[in-house]
Design a protein around this ligand. Structure first.
Ligand code: BG6
Ligand code: MG
Length: 219
């Protein structure tokens, strides 16, 4: 075949969007303010560093470099506490079935996540070894909407960017896929309809025929 798939993690493979939100909210609360679910939309897909920068801007807070790093570590400890409680029931509907179809069709797939806990989460869920390549926030300099994560994933899969299809739930992620020159598929977020090449409500809607169309007969 001549195509490959790249999955975002949080909000695509696994139901961690609420957990990321909770951890970031605790940080804002520690600083004495709060932010809304709507504001959280703008954090989705961004790196830990970029999320903290955004939250500090909302709270009008300035930190030294040392304290900035300290608060990134605190966020991560909040988040990891949630993650270690998680089991395979957190895998989102349609994910495992879609992976089965891809394997049957010999279509390789990778993870392309901004989260530095990407590998930990896949291992915790018992699905790490199913991926042909895994790129997470530890492997790159630039977070989404920069295309670096997806370009590295394509490179590790051995496919040209134009032969890759990306599943994303975040605006920054769809923008990263578009900038990488890949086919972008927005999932579970009406706000992605403008920017993504295709949209679905969830992964159970993605059919074998849809994948075959894009991945088996690519030129
Ligand atoms: C992205 C999430 O996948 O990872 C963001 O969409 C999150 O919400 C970001 O902040 C960074 O995650 P981590 O685990 O490296 O702090
Ligand atoms: Mg996501």
């Amino acid at each position: 075949n001549s195509g490959a798939v790249i999955f975002d993690l949080d909000g695509i493979v696994v139901d961690t969007t609420g957990l990321q939100f909770l951890a970031w909210r605790k940080i804002a609360n520690d600083f004495g303010f709060d932010f809304s679910k709507d504001q959280n939309e703008g954090l989705k897909g961004l790196s830990r560093e970029d999320c903290l920068k955004q939250i500090l801007a909302w709270g009008n807070i300035k930190l030294s470099v040392k304290d900035f790093h300290k608060w990134m570590d605190i966020k991560n400890s909040y988040y990891l506490n949630y993650i270690y409680e998680m089991d395979a029931s957190a895998i989102l509907p349609g994910t495992l079935e879609l992976m089965d179809v891809l394997q049957e069709e010999n279509i390789p797939f990778a993870l392309g996540s901004a989260s530095k806990s990407g590998k930990i989460v896949l291992k915790q869920l018992g699905i790490y070894s199913r991926f042909d390549a895994v790129v997470d926030g530890n492997d790159v300099k630039n977070g989404k909407p920069d295309p670096e994560i997806f370009l590295l994933a394509a490179n590790r899969l051995g496919f040209a960017p134009s032969a890759c299809v990306v599943f994303e739930d975040a605006v920054a992620g769809v923008q990263a896929a578009n900038r990488a020159g890949m086919i972008s598929i927005g999932v579970g977020n009406k706000g992605l309809q403008k920017e993504a090449d295709f949209t679905f409500n969830n992964l159970t809607e993605v059919t074998r025929e849809f994948l075959q169309n894009f991945l088996l007969f690519q030129s």
